[in-house]
Ligand binder design. Structure first.
Ligand SMILES: *Cc1c(COP(=O)(O)O)cnc(C)c1O
Length: 346
């Protein structure tokens, strides 16, 4: 298979159309088989449920080339399970989990020419999503749905090293208690857009959202979970029913405990204790971990001892171990790596 002529190192995180995408339709109470198509366009009725009442959810994962030349993806079964949870909460039909993984594999295989070579830092971002497709005007779930997966090549998240970022405590809330914060719904992002644009306008990279009920506990950012390292080397990560269960965060918790022998605490984290942590990071599929150097709470600065130049040492170890597992330098726990094309042969 001939790779596309792409300047992998210069790619950003933006949409670039590839040849094939997967489409399945749900109608009369059942999913069809689904198939790959070259048609990147969707034509829907003006009254489709997704346009009126935002009945849509999504997933995000990456395919990449390991050191041995295999094209793989990381824990797609967890994306399948999480999307099933999102669908149930939004009264959407679940796309069967095994079929989800098969469709991811099929879509990546069909676009293998867009999977960056090992060492380029670039990856193939995979975006599964689903939406209500038939007309809905009275407020109720749609009867028909479309499930799609497209892929797009994306560049290395950190060009020239991971520089610590500065975030602010947001006055906007992300997810209500007992709301939809724990699922990957488009609506959670729609309402975060104003907050992130405002944060950027004020010179911050991200928003830290606190729990809306008491504004005393750390939740997450718009698209990444928090990890903290204590001065005595424990990993602490916030627990709340309105945090999206990041697959990266769950993987880091496992690695901390089983590969690095660290103590791990998954618990409520008071904003008041944040000043006492040694290191802070944001975790998600896109960057794996973004180090946080500074948090600003209405003019009051919390500066982590790890500083503004480099990732803190413990977060660096976590980052190196997880990316080492993903790239095949370090043995992965059973079932974490899904091989799509052995030695690039698809
Ligand atoms: C997708 C997402 C994350 C990160 O999850 P990963 O599975 O690690 O990519 C974190 N927070 C929110 C709100 C998200 O939507």
């Amino acid at each position: 298979m001939e790779k596309k002529d792409i300047n992998w190192g210069e790619l950003g995180f933006s949409y670039q159309q590839t040849e094939k995408r997967f489409v399945a339709n749900f109608k009369d109470g059942a999913w069809d088989e689904g198939a790959l198509t070259e048609d990147a366009t969707i034509t829907l009725n003006e009254c489709a449920g997704v346009f009126q009442y935002a009945q849509t959810c999504f997933e995000g994962l990456k395919a990449y080339t390991t050191e041995s030349g295999d094209i793989v993806c990381f824990r797609p079964d967890l994306n399948a399970a999480r999307m099933a949870d999102s669908c149930r909460r939004l009264e959407m039909p679940v796309f069967p989990e095994e079929k989800f993984v098969e469709a991811v594999v099929e879509t990546v295989k069909a676009n293998a020419a867009y999977v960056a070579p090992y060492g380029s830092g670039a990856t193939l971002y995979i975006r599964p999503y689903m939406f209500g497709s038939n007309p809905v005007i009275g407020v109720k779930p749609a009867d028909e749905y479309q499930f799609r997966i497209f892929v797009t090549p994306v560049g290395p998240y950190f060009k020239g090293g991971a520089k610590p970022i500065t975030i602010r405590v947001s006055d906007f809330d992300r997810a209500a208690p007992h709301g939809t914060g724990h699922i990957k719904a488009g609506l959670n992002y729609a309402m975060s857009l104003h907050a992130i644009v405002d944060a950027h306008n004020q010179g911050y990279d991200e928003n830290m959202y606190l729990d809306p009920a008491t504004r005393t506990k750390v939740e997450e950012t718009g698209g990444a979970n928090f990890i903290f390292i204590t001065k005595d080397g424990k990993l602490v990560t916030p627990k709340s029913d309105s945090i999206l269960p990041s697959i990266t965060r769950r993987s880091l918790m496992y690695i901390a405990e089983h590969y690095l022998g660290m103590e791990v605490e998954h618990r409520e984290v008071l904003f008041d204790e944040v000043k006492d942590f040694a290191e802070c990071g944001l975790c998600g599929t896109a960057a794996v971990i973004s180090p946080v150097g500074k948090i600003v709470d209405h003019g009051k600065e919390i500066c982590f001892p790890s500083g503004m130049d480099d990732m803190g040492p413990v977060i660096k170890k976590l980052y190196d171990t997880l990316t080492g597992i993903q790239m095949g330098h370090i043995e992965a726990p059973e079932g974490w790596i899904q091989t799509i094309c052995k030695h690039g042969e698809c």
